[in-house]
Ligand binder design. Structure first.
Ligand SMILES: Nc1ncnc2c1ncn2[C@@H]1O[C@H](COP(=O)(O)OP(=O)(O)O)[C@@H](O)[C@H]1O
Ligand code: SF4
Ligand SMILES: [Mg+2]
Length: 337
């Protein structure tokens, strides 16, 4: 069931984050292609796509943490009005953690295996608040307690490898939230976990969100998870937005064949996973992108014009956009039911 959100749009009219035509390149290869969205304080946005769509690179580009060789360009990349493209590394370090926090896809790559959990949490607190060691340790224990880690007074002195996957994920959440950032970017925060723990962790994020009035960008390959926990969804394929719509609309009126394919591969509760239809074909490599619609090689509705030009995102209704010629070309409109 879709949870109730306490959305704080009253406090500030300024967007929490503004991304306009953001692209990510590695050399000549464009991994993310002119992505745009705006998030207000307290709002939740989902970014969904198969593996290799550019979701993690989008998150890392916003955090200005792209791996070596990656470059980000954008007409606008602002958090609380501040231009992140113009910010120097020292300023970015301040902003990360205190203004925006990130839960990384791989907890073990983000947690340092040779430092205790308390040392890692404590260092973050001290860097952003200037409090002393003792106070940082108390805050770390409190943060572990808040994310549901039992006996946090003992766990704080553990090394990451001593914890189960679910507990590590909770430590990651504690780490991302300990300085109460205004924006949380959660990259597949529950993918490695079983369904019960997944739900607990997502619920925890929403609890903390309504408590802190945080904005959340939730990234996942699982459209069902994202549409249950966010208000708005961007469907990403090969670095481009295929559809951009309110989460409730995506389920009842998906207007891009890729979104329809993702939905057909989402198991309803208690459904036999073996009966699901996966989207046919493979995601092509980024160095061999189709020249027209990127989904064309896998699309059962493809027609000749689809391979000649990239279809633009077209507004179809209230805050609902899709980039498929079936929505705009009269020849294909009758088939759209
Ligand atoms: N360090 C890198 N250098 C060049 N290309 C990369 C690098 N890391 C990832 N990629 C490519 O970027 C694309 C998007 O990756 P990613 O953002 O991780 O996708 P997702 O998170 O949606 O699974 C993939 O095609 C991947 O091969
Ligand atoms: S533009 Fe053509 S190929 Fe692309 S999704 Fe639409 S029908 Fe399929
Ligand atoms: Mg990823």
């Amino acid at each position: 069931m879709r949870p109730e959100f306490k959305v704080d749009r009253s406090g500030s009219a300024a967007p929490l984050i503004e991304v306009a035509n953001m692209s990510v390149h590695f050399g000549d290869t464009k991994i993310v292609d002119r992505l745009s969205f705006t998030l207000m304080p307290g709002e939740t946005l989902g970014i969904v796509g198969e593996s290799g769509s550019g979701k993690s690179m989008t998150a890392l580009a916003i955090m200005r943490l792209l791996p070596r060789g990656g470059t980000v360009t954008a007409d606008r990349l602002r958090v609380l009005g501040e231009d992140l493209l113009a910010a120097g590394e020292a300023r970015l370090e301040d902003v990360r953690g205190s203004v925006m926090g990130m839960i990384f896809q791989e907890p073990m790559t983000a947690l340092n295996p040779v430092l205790t959990i308390g040392d890692q949490l404590g260092e973050t607190v001290r860097r952003h608040t200037g409090v002393g060691r003792r106070e940082a340790r108390m805050r770390s224990i409190e943060a572990l307690r808040r994310v549901g880690i039992p006996s946090p007074e003992q766990r704080v002195d553990d090394f990451p490898h001593r914890l189960s996957g679910g507990m590590r994920q909770r430590v990651m959440i504690a780490m991302a939230l300990i300085c109460r950032p205004r924006l949380l970017i959660a990259d597949e925060p529950t993918t490695a976990l079983d369904v019960t723990i997944q739900a607990q962790i997502l619920d925890l994020m929403l609890d903390l969100q309504s408590e802190y009035g945080m904005g959340i960008v939730l990234i996942s390959h699982d459209l069902r998870v994202v549409s249950a926990f966010t208000e708005r969804v961007l469907i990403l394929y090969l670095g481009q937005v295929m559809e951009d719509a309110p989460a409730a609309t995506v389920f009842v009126d998906p207007r891009h064949p890729y979104t329809q394919g993702l939905l057909a591969s989402v198991p309803p509760i208690d459904h036999d996973v073996a009966q699901l239809k996966a989207i046919e074909g493979m995601v092509p490599p980024v160095f061999a992108l189709p020249p027209g619609c990127r989904f064309e090689p896998r699309c059962s509705h493809a027609r000749a014009p689809c391979s000649s030009a990239v279809p633009p995102l077209v507004e179809l209704g209230d805050r609902h956009w899709a980039s498929c010629i079936r929505n705009t070309d009269y020849q294909f409109r009758p088939a759209l039911t």
